[in-house]
Design a protein around this ligand. Structure first.
Ligand code: M6R
Length: 615
């Protein structure tokens, strides 16, 4: 969380920093600030609240801010200290010669602060970041060199950081450092850029240098110099950034979330391309590097992920266990880290992450990597930290996802897991399910058209959203493979409308949650024709008998059963096994329209950030 940006060149730095921060808002949006260098002076502007507040301040100072061509900026997601102006970055040292922005958490900040207080430093905020400003300034006092000061300071810091620092005495450079937080350098012509993520700079350059952990860099107008942990200068490795500026525009939609929901048919098409050609041909998965003989030796699979990606993992468990016959555990990364997990060379560990930067998942993957298990990473960011840890990198190609609530990336993760499950089945030469798998492949090929049919007319979902938008609590129920859909649908509603929605296995209702049911607790049931259809229907009867309002999401309902429901949302016909890919779209839309109807900030819900880079 938190986004940082830097610019050095001939253009108006303030404009570039603000434009960059607006593309980093998904990383945090509780306060922001910029520091602009002109001559050997540094001016700092900060504001609490949304970025617009900082923009308003800068408008009134245009005459001063427009002359600066060097600057750093920050958008914050508070960890230490309230989201006030005082706690907003940039932070400075006592004499305000050094100014810095930071993404990450300094774990030993208390300890460092005690030493710095003894040196006479004056603290002006409650943040851990300010400690770094004082520490680097203290080192600068010894070396009178910003690069060396940064190199010495980061050796004393425990935790995660991406730093951008400027100093009045060296006004022609920005010094950066990174450990366990993303940082990309944009290479321009007579200008250079620094950012937490590509969208912030993609409109200016496509050339990038990705800083690695423990590296420190010096960026000037015409040069980028990167040093390794030992201080040795290393050659620059320039890569091309994988996105187009177009991808970060709303293209006429009111919110990114609804645009991204509508992109899901193309996301499926992209994902299937080159992998699933015809229903009677084997899946091609060149990204997956385990040989057939290694696959046959696999004794277990562990899926590690958080939030929405964790829910995709639950669908993955269901289909991999069924088609590949390998036991699968799915666990939240934050829990996986703090227990003795059993994994060895015959374990396949699958990390799933939209951003590829989720700190809990990165830590879990690093931990299990030592056990020699094969690590497959399913991610939407092939340029991410997690991608770099992969033995098999499976990019999901959903295109950049801006809305904090994940939608199309979930769809892309599901498709990757369907393909992987079938691939494992075929690699193991399992004869069982041959016909079912051929049908599933055909259905996957037809899925984009079904998604388009579903999205063509959303008026019924909008009507239901409006009808239920005043309820304060919801229960979502499902069984089997759609249990994950219930959990994910409830998470979507919570995230963007702040309504308390909880997903349960429908069979669990009677073991406790049923106590909460009355006319004020709507129950949304997902029922798809298949082995659990009748069971879920019985669970709906139980809810109905407690006077709960019932919303059904289904591909089929008999005339007789129709009367059980207050409202019914039909999806195009689908097999039970593939129905999560259609049902979830209904739940995404329901959450979206409820939040929109309530006037919530759909793309930037309170307290959340798109990329959770703290444990
Ligand atoms: O980038 P990741 O997929 O690793 O992120 C995991 C969760 O933080 C994320 O899915 C979160 O739950 C989203 N806000 C879901 O909409």
């Amino acid at each position: 969380m938190c986004g940082i940006i830097g610019y050095i060149g001939d253009k108006c730095a303030a404009d570039i920093l603000i434009s960059g921060l607006s593309h980093l808002e998904y990383r945090g949006y509780d306060s922001s600030g910029v520091a602009l260098m002109h001559g050997s002076e540094i001016d700092i502007y900060k504001a609490s609240g949304k970025l617009i507040n900082l923009i308003e301040i800068l408008k009134t100072k245009k005459a001063v801010t427009s002359i600066s061509n060097i600057g750093i900026g920050h958008i914050r997601w508070a960890t230490h200290g309230l989201p006030t102006t005082a706690n907003a970055h940039p932070h400075t040292c006592t004499c305000k010669s050094l100014t810095l922005v930071h993404n990450g958490i300094i774990e030993n900040y208390q300890e460092l602060k005690e030493d710095l207080l003894k040196e006479g430093c004056i603290f002006r905020s409650e943040t851990d970041t300010e400690i770094a400003a004082h520490l680097i300034a203290s080192e600068y006092g010894k070396t009178l060199d910003l690069l060396e000061a940064m190199q010495n300071a980061v050796k004393k810091i425990k935790g995660a950081f991406a730093f951008c620092a400027i100093h009045k005495n060296e006004p022609d450079k920005i010094v950066v450092a990174k450990r366990n937080a993303p940082l990309v350098l944009g290479v321009g012509n007579g200008e250079n850029y620094i950012a937490s993520d590509i969208p912030a700079i993609i409109e200016y350059t496509k050339k990038a240098i990705y800083l690695s952990d423990y590296q420190v860099g010096v960026i000037t107008k015409n040069d980028i110099k990167i040093y390794d942990e030992k201080g040795k200068l290393i050659p620059n490795k320039i890569e091309y950034m994988p996105f187009e500026a177009m991808a970060i525009s709303k293209l006429g939609y009111k919110h990114f979330m609804i645009k991204e929901i509508h992109e899901q048919s193309d996301v499926v098409r992209n994902n299937l391309q080159g992998k699933l050609i015809e229903h009677n041909k084997p899946i091609k998965l060149d990204d997956f590097k385990l040989s057939s003989s290694d696959i046959k030796k696999l004794s277990r699979i562990q899926i590690i992920a958080c939030g929405t990606s964790l829910h995709a993992g639950l669908v993955g468990k269901y289909i991999i266990e069924k088609y590949a016959g390998i036991p699968v555990d799915v666990e939240a990364s934050s829990e996986y880290i703090y227990r003795e997990t059993i994994a060895d060379k015959n374990t396949l560990v699958i990390g799933i992450s939209q951003s590829g930067e989720t700190a809990d998942t990165i830590t879990a993957i690093k931990q299990v990597k030592e056990k020699k298990s094969h690590i497959a990473i399913i991610t939407n960011r092939a340029d991410s930290t997690m991608a770099r840890l992969a033995d098999s990198l499976i990019p999901v190609n959903a295109g950049i996802e801006v809305s904090v609530a994940a939608t199309k990336s979930y769809m892309a993760q599901l498709i990757s897991l369907y393909l992987l499950a079938i691939y494992l089945n075929e690699a193991k030469g399992i004869k069982e399910y041959k016909e079912e798998i051929a049908r599933l492949k055909q259905e996957l090929i037809e899925l984009p058209n079904k998604i388009e049919a579903l999205l063509e007319n959303t008026s019924e979902i909008q009507r239901v959203a409006k009808k239920y938008s005043s309820y304060k609590n919801f229960i979502y129920i499902a069984r089997g493979i759609n249990l994950a859909t219930a959990l994910e649908g409830a998470l979507k509603l919570k995230e963007i409308s702040y309504i308390n929605a909880t997903g349960y296995g429908a069979g669990e209702l009677k073991h406790g949650p049923i106590a909460m049911l009355d006319e004020n607790m709507p129950v949304l049931a997902i029922l798809n024709t298949g082995i659990v259809y009748d069971k879920v229907l019985s669970n709906c009867e139980e809810a109905r008998a407690r006077q709960a309002k019932l919303i059904g999401v289904t591909n089929y309902i008999s005339e007789k059963d129709r009367a059980l429901f207050d409202d019914l949302i039909m999806i195009p016909d689908a097999s039970d096994i593939l129905s999560p890919a259609l049902n979830i779209i209904v739940l995404q839309l329901l959450a979206y329209y409820i939040a929109e109807y309530l006037g919530k900030d759909v793309d930037q819900p309170r307290n959340l950030a798109k990329s959770v880079t703290v444990e």
